[in-house]
Design a protein around this ligand. Structure first.
Ligand code: FEO
Ligand code: CA
Ligand code: CA
Ligand code: CA
Length: 666
């Protein structure tokens, strides 16, 4: 069966499609949009309502007139008024005519301390790196400078906070990393690697010429893979978190492999620990379940564990002492969490919030919060055949009074997607009868909720969660509350199911769901597939048609809604998909769930992933990140030179997107 026929069989029969896959707008979207855009009320929007059989007081005549004028079927005015960008393999950024894309704060930009200048030969010291922007930008948020306790409105001044997911060691050092017999030999080198990880907080302002600048500010901060942190929530202080550094199991050092992000209604940043397991090594023959299920191995990715000294030995989880307070057997249990950072207080100690679960966290996205209601947030576990989770706080949101403690007490759920388009949230709660029954039936026991959370993946296995095609970012529609998640790809899927319909899923898809009942705190939902990524011959656009030259993509990853309900999609293709596929370089597209329209907005430089997205409240500035441009480069063999040009090492960087006429982006 060729891919075409397969897709027709899977999606053309109608029996597995849970809800509306047509290009029909959702009526609630139209009503919400109508309220916001009074200016359109006499025209397009009312025409659409009339088509759907909705009448509003005093509008019938206008609706009829506009319906007649427009004719049926109604075709709403595009909300994507730009010419789509063609695929490209250029070592540059392409945006539509009328837009500007300007690189900003590349790796090595000085932001604090002595403000050490970036040296083109990468000879900056480890200490310099601790005062400069880290490598490999990923998730990001713009906090208006007046957003200290939550919402803010300033669009020309704020704190840009961003993750540095990992490093390209060959580019971080003048001639790459040094090692002898598989062991690292330079503490200075490894310290520089540790300092190139983590998070940057940068105060930025738009000057009178309209250009964004970094301010020399006491708020500028680097958080690295060595920064002291606290561990709170049900697993804080657990016996399985005891280490030589923290015999109490409540403190740790650093955050790493920080991928997508989140931000709270109370004005803090959330960074997410994704592929952290590879930073550790253990030579123990038998691994406890809390290490085994997360893929700990006998060698680590960068070999930090092979140097002597406590700051490096902590990456060696081998049992060496009589008990856990004498070694770092439990150090890997300090990772895989969501970390909360107060960007407005440079002295604040970041906090790992264990109630949100331990896995390869890719972001934490909040449902709209309402005063007096519990907060609800979503997080994907980005690994093949892992799960999507939801957290519901125990306590209610009180604007101006609530803080990160809302993320310490609550219920963590994992998703099951049924074939009939229904879905269930299954609690991973030791006090819950259904969870207890599932544990008993699986013959698994947990001592307490802390142990459940340290073993989140195992707990989710036990309750029968649905294995997904690598959940990456989530986004919640600002008007409808519908939740969207990217499922980037899954080469190891052998058994398709309704929610992950393609075997060996090379291209990825986007799933979405509506929570049932009031708010997002319930346990049932209804899901559908929004997009099947891929080439023209194996894809389905949001409007039900195959994708075309204006919007083919693969491996969707970053996902974000602007405040008018347009969905921005970023891709992370790699390997042959990037070099020989029909998709060109990684890209960013915009989709309108209301109409099903979707267009490519940006193409990134060679070898790079496009990831991370944030906007100013006035939507005149959009920030995105370009990660690992010229991937695979070494000092003597540059495969790309963005953004500095010929002869210069490629550097991850933020990109500022504005319109040439300085109006709203869309
Ligand atoms: Fe770091 Fe799942 O992307
Ligand atoms: Ca990434
Ligand atoms: Ca990602
Ligand atoms: Ca990815």
């Amino acid at each position: 069966m060729n891919p075409d026929n397969k897709d027709t069989a899977l999606f053309g029969s109608g029996d597995e499609l849970p809800s509306n896959h047509s290009s029909n707008p959702h009526i609630n979207e139209l009503i919400a949009d109508l309220g916001r855009r009074q200016v359109l009320a006499g025209g397009a929007a009312l025409g659409a309502l009339a088509f759907l059989g909705v009448s509003l007081p005093g509008t019938t005549q206008a609706a009829e007139q506009s319906s007649k004028a427009l004719g049926f079927p109604f075709k709403p005015r595009t909300r994507l008024p730009f010419t789509p960008v063609a695929i490209s393999r250029a070592d540059s950024i392409t945006v539509p005519a009328g837009y500007r894309a300007t690189p900003f704060i590349p790796w090595g930009t000085p932001i604090t301390g002595r403000y050490p200048a970036f040296l083109d030969d990468a000879s900056n010291s480890a200490q310099d790196q601790a005062e400069q922007i880290g490598m490999h930008h990923d998730g990001m948020h713009f906090f208006p400078i007046d957003a200290q306790r939550g919402s803010g409105h300033k669009s020309d001044h704020g704190l840009l906070v961003l993750n540095h997911e990992y490093i390209d060691a060959p580019l971080l050092h003048p001639n790459g990393p040094t090692s002898v017999n598989g062991k690292r030999v330079s503490a200075e080198e490894v310290r520089k690697e540790i300092n190139a990880h983590g998070v940057s907080v940068v105060e930025i302002r738009r000057n009178v010429r309209g250009d964004w600048e970094v301010l020399p500010s006491a708020r500028n901060r680097r958080i690295t893979a060595a920064t002291p942190m606290q561990i709170r929530g049900p697993a804080g202080g657990h016996a399985l978190l005891r280490t030589r550094y923290s015999p109490e199991g409540k403190a740790t050092r650093g955050t790493q492999n920080n991928c997508s992000n989140g931000f709270t209604p109370w004005g803090t940043y959330l960074t997410c620990e994704e592929n952290w397991a590879g930073y550790f090594a253990t030579r123990d023959a038998e691994l406890p379940r809390e290490l085994k299920r997360y893929g700990l191995r006998s060698t680590s990715r960068f070999g930090w564990d092979t140097l002597p000294g406590d700051e490096f030995e902590r990456f060696d989880a081998t049992r060496k002492a009589a008990d856990a307070s004498g070694d770092y057997r439990n150090e890997p249990n300090h990772f895989g969490w969501i970390v909360e950072i107060d960007p407005f207080d440079p002295d604040s100690v970041p906090v790992k919030r264990t109630a949100l679960g331990r896995f390869a966290h890719e972001g934490l996205i909040f449902a709209p919060v309402k005063p007096g209601k519990r907060v609800v947030c979503y997080s994907g576990d980005d690994s093949q055949n892992e799960y999507i989770y939801k957290y519901v706080s125990r306590d209610k949101y009180r604007p101006g009074r609530s803080d990160g403690r809302l993320l310490d007490e609550g219920t963590l759920y994992v998703a099951r997607f049924n074939a009939d388009s229904s879905g269930e949230w299954l609690p991973l709660d030791i006090a819950d009868a259904s969870f207890q029954a599932a544990c008993a039936s699986a013959g698994v026991s947990f001592a307490d909720q802390g142990e459940v959370l340290i073993n989140t993946r195992l707990a989710a296995d036990i309750v029968g969660a649905t294995k997904m095609d690598r959940p990456e970012w989530g986004a919640v529609h600002p008007d409808t509350g519908e939740v969207y998640f990217t499922l980037t790809n899954n080469s190891s899927r052998t058994t398709p199911d309704a929610a992950n319909p393609r075997p060996a899923n090379a291209y990825g898809h986007i799933i979405r769901w509506n929570e049932q009942g009031r708010g997002h705190a319930g346990t049932r939902f209804t899901w559908s597939l929004f997009l099947l990524a891929g080439p023209e011959t194996n894809s389905r656009a949001p409007n039900g048609a195959p994708l075309d030259a204006s919007n083919i993509l693969a491996s969707p990853d970053g996902l974000w809604f602007d405040d008018e309900g347009r969905l921005w999609i970023q891709t992370d293709m790699s390997g042959s998909q990037l070099s020989t596929g029909p998709f060109g370089n990684n890209q960013m597209l915009v989709a309108d769930p209301k109409t099903g329209e979707m267009k490519r907005f940006l193409v990134g430089p060679q070898g790079a992933e496009v990831t991370g997205i944030a906007a100013t409240p006035d939507f005149r500035t959009l920030f995105i990140n370009i990660q690992h441009p010229g991937e695979g480069s070494t000092a003597s063999n540059l495969l790309g030179t963005w953004p500095d040009g010929p002869g210069k090492r490629p550097r991850s960087a933020t990109v500022i997107i504005t319109r040439e006429d300085n109006r709203r982006l869309l």
